[in-house]
Design a protein around this ligand. Sequence first.
Ligand SMILES: [Zn+2]
Length: 286
Amino acid sequence: MIFILAFSLGCVNQKISSNNRVIVYASIPPQKEMIEAIGGEKVNVIILVSQGSDPHNAELKPNQLIELSKADVYFMIGSGIEFEIRYMDKIKDLNKKMLIVDSSKGIELIEVKSKKYSNENEAEIKGEKDPHIWTSLKNGKTMIQNIYEGLVLVDPENKEYYLKNRDVYLNRLEETDNFIKGELRTLENRSFIIFHPSWGYFANDYNLTQIAIEIEGKEPTLQSLVSIIEDAKRNDLKTIFISPGFSSKAAEIISKEIDGKIEVIDPLAENYIENLKITAIKIKKK
Ligand SMILES: [Zn+2]
């Protein structure tokens, strides 16, 4: 009897689960759509940093860490998001059986690029790597491949199912990329002003320039504020983009000075594909 019990527990351990689903953890909301697209009914996806929270500064609650000990696989972003760096050792310690997949595997990180206003000469900021890899659909495709491979490792029985879903979703990403290219093809002024520079990879893909107000996590100096306003006027830019929940004095001052408006675009929306389309349309109309 004891032997049978131990045996069946052993089986359950293969896929620790509710309803026999793979328990998947990931860092940020856009990953939820990606993982559910591939994993479908075979997975339960739990996101650690909810929409509206800031993954640069997020804190995990004790009960989140306890729950994590039941996970089968964790898809980290892997591109240097601060909270992952802070918590990853702890997460590994809590659950040694859990597979940890680096979603950024195969993605080339770019430097945070935006115009620099602190000198007379506009230069580009060099140095810091941009962690917001998912705003590029190209990178999204690589992330999907990494998700697919991770799910197959923890649940090889359903490989065919994951493969089929992967290909369907990759096609949707391709279509979305074509849609955005079409939307932005004829855009003449390819610069846009944004508070937090989270769209660098998106800008790269579609030949856009993001002009960041916030520099290295700080509000701008008065001098750079003046330069951004002059640049906006010169380029006839009328929109300041911010992330949801971000209030910025600097953004308000600039929008007043250029007689423009503040518009929200969300780098962390859960509806990954739809959100990229919406963002492209908003940038087009800026
Ligand atoms: Zn960010």
